[in-house]
Design a protein around this ligand. Structure first.
Ligand code: ADP
Length: 174
């Protein structure tokens, strides 16, 4: 378990993994933050493929190719917008991770990188989101022996520190 989780500080578009996860919006037609960065690097073919998907409901995920990214695949998921905590935000965020893991299983992908879904423009509290990301990941790895590496890519120090301290609670040191 321990050696299958990694935390790095950096840019998800540079990760050498089979699939990266995009924190997209319901339209899947591109946005700011990590979504903008992924589309910029992947190139216009990604938007073309996304148009055919006709959007994605919150908590679900759809897979596309990675085009000019080092990653062959992009798992597009849509996190919840934080509205104070009483609108099933926790459930929807957990469902994002579960939906991404289901696609890894379906496509037999062994390495994946996640951004901190919903914690940018969607303003989900970082500590709470990190707990959900880590819990869902550990639950998945407990029952799946095929996936080799799950990388949490943290865009800044603050995100990185939350992941490291959350993983410490499970005796996972980075
Ligand atoms: P959301 O709309 O789901 O909140 P954002 O893209 O606004 O999505 O933010 C999600 C997280 O992704 C934030 O922690 C943000 O700092 C981070 N982020 C932004 N750009 C990148 C990138 N290139 N690589 C990794 N993480 C990124």
């Amino acid at each position: 378990m321990t050696n299958r989780i990694e935390v790095v500080q950096g840019d998800i578009t540079k990760q050498q993994v089979e699939a990266i996860v995009n924190a997209a919006n319901n339209s899947l037609l591109g946005g700011g933050g990590v979504d903008g960065a992924i589309h910029r690097v992947a190139g216009p073919e990604l938007l073309k493929e996304c148009r055919k998907l006709k959007g994605c409901p919150t908590g679900e995920a759809k897979i596309t190719r990675g085009y000019r990214l080092p990653a062959k695949w992009v798992i597009q998921t849509v996190g919840p917008i934080w509205r104070g905590g009483n609108y099933k935000e926790d459930e929807y965020l957990a469902k994002c991770y579960q939906s991404c893991f289901a696609l890894l299983e379906k496509h037999l992908l062994k390495t994946v990188a996640f951004p901190s879904i919903s914690t940018g423009a969607y303003r989900f509290p970082l500590e709470r989101a990190t707990k959900i990301a880590v819990t869902e990941t550990i639950n998945f790895l407990k029952r799946n022996n095929f996936v080799k590496k799950i990388i949490f890519v943290c865009f800044n120090n603050r995100v990185y520190d939350y992941y490291v301290s959350e993983l410490k609670k499970y005796s996972i040191s980075i």
